[in-house]
Design a protein around this ligand. Sequence first.
Ligand SMILES: Cc1cc2nc3c(=O)[nH]c(=O)nc-3n(C[C@H](O)[C@H](O)[C@H](O)COP(=O)(O)OP(=O)(O)OC[C@H]3O[C@@H](n4cnc5c(N)ncnc54)[C@H](O)[C@@H]3O)c2cc1C
Length: 386
Amino acid sequence: MILESTDLQNDIRAGVREVCSRFDLDYWKQSHEEGTHPTEFVKAMSDAGWLGALIPEEYGGSGLGFTEGAIILEEVNRSGGNSNQVHAQMYTMGALLRHGSEEQKRKYLPKIANGSLRLQTFAVTEPDAGTDTTKIKTFAVKKGDRYIINGQKIFISRFNNTDLMLLLARTTPLDQVQKKTHGISLFLIDTREVGKGIEATKISTMLGGDTNQLFFNDLEVPEECLIGEEGRGLYCVMDGMVAERILVSGSALGNGKWFIDQAVKYANERVVFDRPIGKNQGIQFPIAKAYMELRSAEALMYEAATKFDNNMPAGAEANMAKYLCSEAAYDAAEACMQTHGGYAAANEYHINRKWMQARMMKIAPISSNLILSYVGQHVLKMPRSY
Ligand SMILES: Cc1cc2nc3c(=O)[nH]c(=O)nc-3n(C[C@H](O)[C@H](O)[C@H](O)COP(=O)(O)OP(=O)(O)OC[C@H]3O[C@@H](n4cnc5c(N)ncnc54)[C@H](O)[C@@H]3O)c2cc1C
């Protein structure tokens, strides 16, 4: 149980808040409305060392734990920003760190840590596979010392604002593997060198930002791009899922706290029928309820992060924390939106933009249903539901 933050954690909060204070709500509104990447923000976070925080010191990072990683992302969202623009770098590098060769780690990690290389894209989702990653069809064929890759990915974030991309592709067809999780490989691809091998078309989403459909047309990459053993790629990323769940929990928590702050302020200020609207139980109670939900979700997030940082099994806690933090943050978003009445629809109040972020966190990167099925099957030992 976390009763008090450490001095280090307080310093991290203060440091991240200082960077975020340079990017006000209108900066994020403009980025959202114009669909532009917040390049200046990403650079400022990188320059301050926050994006390399989880990379071990021997590779140029700060060697911090996932508790601190979650706090960094929480503070970004609590300031009204969008941590989605930076979170991938923090969790995807784990696959490289744990499964990359020493040569790969020395080549990439120090540059990722100092911000001269961006690892912001992780390409998994495909139109026909959806959440069932074992059904991906993007295929990499080995020819001599190169792989030739063909296929299609969908909803791939930040492809136009990264230097490196982690890609999951099949190297053995599904009908030729003993276990469906076998035969998938992980590649680290330098997107600056792909030329016409990858065609990206932008997908316009309610979140703004850089989301893409990718078509791989005989993309040739050197065999050195393979991370870990051929055919074991899914396992390379699966052990990073716990880390991802913890970091996403921090992001959701930050959103939730931002909504509570805004809702309380507005409920106290807005006077209708000669009294602050916060005097009405219909306004006050949903905010109080969402606040309590957030506090309990936060406790589970710290439990998950503490276990993970101490090399203890944390899959159950991390999944449950992700579920509870994103659900509680959405409840806070709903309460905040209702509190603002018609003004919630006005873009200048920023509520609707943040509400969309909170809503999407119940779906991506993993949906609430899939976590419920994980808990039902793996924690409570009920039959697999799918
Ligand atoms: C803005 C945005 C950015 C994204 N960025 C990336 C990215 O950078 N890289 C990447 O690889 N992907 C990315 N994604 C994809 C995202 O991870 C997927 O959309 C998400 O995992 C859900 O997959 P799907 O959309 O195919 O849903 P589906 O798998 O089609 O599922 C649809 C619905 O059915 C439910 N469902 C499916 N199976 C079951 C079951 N067995 N039991 C109960 N419910 C079930 C799901 O929970 C979901 O609610 C992004 C998506 C968005 C919207």
